[in-house]
Design a protein around this ligand. Structure first.
Ligand code: AMP
Length: 347
């Protein structure tokens, strides 16, 4: 792949905070971004151009694709028909296989198991009628997750005993409960030339299914972290991937278990903005533009904390703190559970 010349335009599907931070990183490298987003969204404030149209609007999709040199995305749930149309006009990076694998939890788990990585034990629960057998098989506790469109713990039901009968209403997977000691993630990148670079794994703490903090270094043994990075590399190589990927892992006494993969920049990689010369956003833009990757080296210890809903009330105090970098997404109302921004604290 040839390098994208400065002044070229990168199309981004999705206009949330990830699209916003990708647009800023792209502009630093001399590129323009055209954001495609059905709703009014944070990336529109900083991008060169915005298309506000639904993913079913073929004329808008076509005009968008024709106005850009390459297409990437900040969320993985773009409808297949829209992707088919876009891909007939411009290349999409990361590729369609990565999207197909991560759009469906069952396909994702089959893929991970197929390349020899451990996942939670799982069963396909296509309809409600499949649930009793799956629960009997895996035992309780277990978690039922919708196969598609789940994020931040949404679309999940916990089963405390095998007699419990709840249903998501859509095809799902039942996962056996993983008794983990910690959750970590690897932000890994693969360039168009196959070069792979990973950042140090971060320790993730969730509350109510939403990421609260990521801390690096994560305090786990070096051998475990090497394993985590090698697993992430195996995933991006198997997918012939180009771009940044977030790989979430559970740490258990028996070793690492892959929870899920996100074919995009990831919330648990925001710390790289304060810890690395080339952060995850620039890294992703470099990859999709065919430029050499940054090396992923970390120069500082960092704790990233999400500012969710009411946390915005702490802003005056956070702005007064030394060694704290504040990032706000330009969202209007600070509703409960809504990610409004984040801070990176140098430790
Ligand atoms: P997910 O949306 O799949 O990342 O799940 C959200 C959070 O729920 C994870 O970060 C874990 O804290 C927890 N969780 C998800 N799946 C499992 C599992 N199989 N066993 C234990 N905890 C889980």
């Amino acid at each position: 792949m040839t390098e994208l010349a400065p002044g070229s335009t990168i199309g981004i599907l999705g206009g949330g905070q990830l699209g916003r931070m990708l647009s800023v990183a792209a502009s630093r490298l001399g590129y323009r971004c055209h954001v495609y987003e059905p709703a009014a969204a944070p990336a529109g404030d900083v991008a060169h151009a915005v298309t506000n149209a639904p993913y079913e609007d073929q004329a808008a999709l076509r005009a968008f694709a024709e106005s850009v040199d390459v297409i990437t995305y900040e969320f993985e749930n773009v409808p297949t028909a829209a992707l088919d149309l876009l891909e007939s006009i411009r290349p999409i990076r990361p590729n369609r296989r990565a999207l197909a694998v991560s759009q469906d939890r069952l396909t994702e788990k089959d893929f991970l198991a197929g390349i020899g990585l451990r996942t939670a034990p799982y069963r396909n629960v296509e309809t409600e009628a499949d649930l009793p057998a799956a629960l009997a098989d895996l035992g309780a506790p277990a978690i039922l997750k919708t196969r598609r469109m789940g994020y931040d713990g949404k679309g999940q039901i916990r089963f405390r005993d095998t007699d419990q009968r709840d249903w998501t209403g859509v095809p799902s997977v039942l996962e056996g409960f993983v008794d983990f000691t910690a959750e970590i993630s690897v932000i890994v990148a693969r360039g168009a030339d196959g070069q792979v670079a990973a950042y140090d794994p971060g320790l993730n703490v969730h509350r109510e299914g939403i990421l609260r903090t990521t801390t690096v270094p994560c305090g786990l043994p070096a051998s475990l972290l090497t394993d985590a990075v090698l697993m992430a590399a195996r995933i991006v190589n198997a997918l012939d991937y180009v771009g940044v990927m977030g790989v979430e892992l559970f740490v258990t006494p028996q070793g690492l278990v892959v929870n899920e993969i996100a074919p995009r920049v990831h919330n648990s990689g925001h710390w790289t903005q304060a810890g690395c010369a080339v952060d995850q956003f620039e890294q992703h833009i470099r990859a999709v533009a065919g430029l050499p990757l940054g090396d992923g080296q970390r120069y500082a210890d960092v704790e990233m904390e999400n500012l969710i809903g009411d946390d915005m009330a702490r802003l005056p105090e956070l702005l007064r703190k030394p060694r704290v970098q504040v990032h706000l997404y330009g969202k209007g109302e600070a509703r409960p559970g809504r990610k409004m921004g984040h801070v990176n604290r140098l430790l």
